[in-house]
Write a protein that binds this ligand. Structure first.
Ligand code: PLP
Ligand code: TYF
Length: 394
């Protein structure tokens, strides 16, 4: 039986991690995998998470099962973080999931059960895991144009034109903030137009929000999601805690499903509970509980918000520094987009050959589509990276 299996391509981003590790050059720079790193190149456990973990060690008296949909305290804390008061809580069904990826998976299985003929539309480009995860559920997959490669900005006209061709009941996958891989994001007036198009055409948004707090701030980064939630009758939201709480390996995420009314919400909740059970029974609890305890304890929450704000502003200043350095070296403004983009990523716009040259000649590792992780830079390496980019003729 196992002999029938087909070889599988390696995940290009994870493979790049291995290559970076194996590179003996001491001055190599890792701009690959989307993990936050501080100036020392470390991905530390956030202070509030560490404190919550210590407190949990003292207070937790049992590790018995919780609930199939996860802990209600986690649902409520995350619904509040992502949605605030944009929608009545009686319309929200929720499931704790295995990270944001688990939330996407459960969301798509829910769609498959409710609307097996729906097409799921994703931006081109999108996070490389989106298309295969969608296709694996058996749902139809389509792409909408999103990125103007020359301007390194959202091609909003093309996006809207493509979404005009979607059929009522189709699903539109949107990045809540900090678009991966481009770094180019919708403005609030554009979100408003997307919300109007979705409601007019009866399309259902599936919002993947994996970087809340990494762009313009916790509230600002949720603004598009909240606007959609306030206006569309049905919304699916896959939220990840991996990045903004730094709990990557704990696998904490939540699926929020907003239904049109209370009774539909109840049926949706029963379906989410069943989908968790059918996939993996109880979801992981540890990361979710740490997140809940941080969000619900005013002192821990204040400290988490302060540390997250430090992460956000350090990435912003690296963006500005890199854009300034490239302006100085090239005498042009063509890298100004680096300071306009938000979140952990920017797509530089290098050719695949130039990406290889940056890696082989300069030890600078970025994903093949020239996505760079801004958090992989430091004030010390920005001049070296800028010089290499200028020298490579990008
Ligand atoms: N969605 C996007 C756009 C991402 O970049 C990530 C990052 O890993 C995820 C979802 C899922 O995150 P995780 O499953 O690690 O919580
Ligand atoms: O895009 C990234 O780099 C992150 C981390 O299969 C990641 O989202 C990368 C590849 C993968 C899962 C997560």
């Amino acid at each position: 039986m196992l002999g029938q299996l087909k070889p599988q391509p390696e995940d290009a981003i994870i493979e790049l991690m291995g290559r970076f590790k194996a590179d003996p050059r001491p001055d190599k720079v890792d701009l690959g995998v989307g993990v936050y790193r501080n100036a020392a190149g470390e991905t530390p456990v956030m202070r509030a998470i560490k404190a919550a973990e210590r407190a949990l060690w003292d207070s937790e008296t049992s590790k018995s099962y919780t609930a199939l949909a996860g802990d209600a305290g986690f649902h409520n804390a995350m619904a509040d973080l992502v949605l605030a008061d944009s929608v009545e809580s009686t319309r929200i069904a929720a499931a704790a999931t295995v990270g944001g990826t688990g939330a996407l998976h459960i969301a798509l299985e829910l769609v498959k059960d409710a609307a097996p003929n729906a097409t799921v539309w994703a931006s081109n480009p999108t996070w490389p895991n989106h298309p295969p995860i969608i296709k694996r559920t058996g749902l139809r997959f389509a792409e909408y144009r999103y990125f103007d490669a020359d301007a390194r900005a959202v091609d909003f006209g093309a996006m809207m034109a493509d979404l005009q061709t979607a059929q009522a009941g189709d699903i539109v996958l949107l990045h809540g903030c900090c678009h991966n891989p481009t770094g180019a994001n919708l403005t609030l007036p554009e979100w408003q137009q997307v919300a109007a198009l979705l409601t007019e055409r009866g399309l259902i948004p599936l919002i993947d929000i994996a970087y809340q707090g990494f762009g313009d701030g916790l509230t600002e980064d949720a603004a598009g999601t909240r606007l959609i939630a306030a206006q569309c009758p049905e919304v699916l939201i896959a939220a990840s805690c991996s990045k903004n709480f730094g709990v990557y390996r704990e696998r904490a995420g939540v699926l929020l499903a907003i239904a049109a009314d209370g009774p539909t919400r109840n049926v949706t909740q029963a379906n989410l509970t069943a989908l968790n059970r059918l996939n993996y029974s109880f979801p992981p609890d540890h990361g979710a509980r740490l997140v809940t305890n941080v969000l619900n304890d005013p002192a821990l929450r204040a400290d988490w918000e302060a540390e997250l704000e430090g992460i956000r502003t350090s990435m912003l200043s690296l963006r500005t520094q890199l854009a300034d350095e490239l302006r100085r070296l090239t005498g042009s403004d063509r890298f100004g987009f680096l300071a306009q983009h938000r979140g952990m990523f920017s797509r530089l716009g290098a050719t695949p050959e130039q990406v290889v040259a940056l890696r082989e000649d300069h030890g600078i590792y970025m994903v093949g589509d020239s996505r760079m992780n801004i958090a992989g830079l430091s004030t010390d390496t920005v001049p070296l990276v800028a010089a290499a980019i200028a020298q490579t003729g990008i």
